[in-house]
Design a protein around this ligand. Sequence first.
Ligand SMILES: Nc1ncnc2c1ncn2[C@@H]1O[C@H](COP(=O)(O)OP(=O)(O)O)[C@@H](O)[C@H]1O
Ligand SMILES: [Mg+2]
Length: 246
Amino acid sequence: MTELRVSDLTVTYDQKTILDVPHASFECGRIYGIIGPSGSGKSTLLRVINLLTQPASGHLHFFGVDVHLPSLSHREGLSLQRQMGFVPQKPSMFHSSVFDNVAQGLRYRKLPRETIRIRVEDALEKVDLTHAANQMANTLSGGEMQRIALARAMVYEPVLLLLDEPTASLDPSNVAIFERVIQSIHAMHKTTILMVTHNLAQAKRLTHACLFVHKGRILEASDTEPFFHSPETQEVQDFMAGRMIY
Ligand SMILES: Nc1ncnc2c1ncn2[C@@H]1O[C@H](COP(=O)(O)OP(=O)(O)O)[C@@H](O)[C@H]1O
Ligand SMILES: [Mg+2]
């Protein structure tokens, strides 16, 4: 089936289970919001899916490919990882120009030079950074770096895009650009997108469905409309009302 699914997932640090997800599935081509208090395991869930954190147990079903995560080989992992784009909460820039930062992933994939130029220019235009192509990436503002990270992740047209609080530290104009780009990526490529966000209005604007993570468990998962208007659990109701104790 063409979907993303995790099952029997547990992540343990120092004998403490910080993520316990018996089952979670994401339909191809939808945008999902991942919501929940700090320290609940949201980033860990994204990192497991991006194969950056190896869980104690768990299977990943990646759009038709099934892998047992604890025994996944580096080579097998790499071929899946290359189909995903990941924008971490605080992206770091390569010590090179904006253009080269965005081109890097395509060079790894050994695409023709001209194809790389066209794709990078297109990605830079989308994130509104054409004018900065030759500037050193680490001289840009935080908001601009976040947009480069997004350009870097989308330029190779991943089937899955993972975004970890991408707009948490951005001013409103950068947030608006970011949201517009996400919508246009989705409209053009029907990319499946998982986005951790603390911004509930943003989740309402962008997502089709939401998951609520609390103490390492997914307490609630539903389409965005019912998620916000008729949450089932007390925890989600409290979180929406600003009563959630951290
Ligand atoms: N590498 C690690 N070593 C030990 N504990 C970790 C590690 N990474 C995350 N944790 C712990 O796991 C829990 C979930 O973290 P995280 O997934 O970053 O939460 P969130 O993104 O929801 O804020 C937290 O209690 C955090 O301290
Ligand atoms: Mg986090």
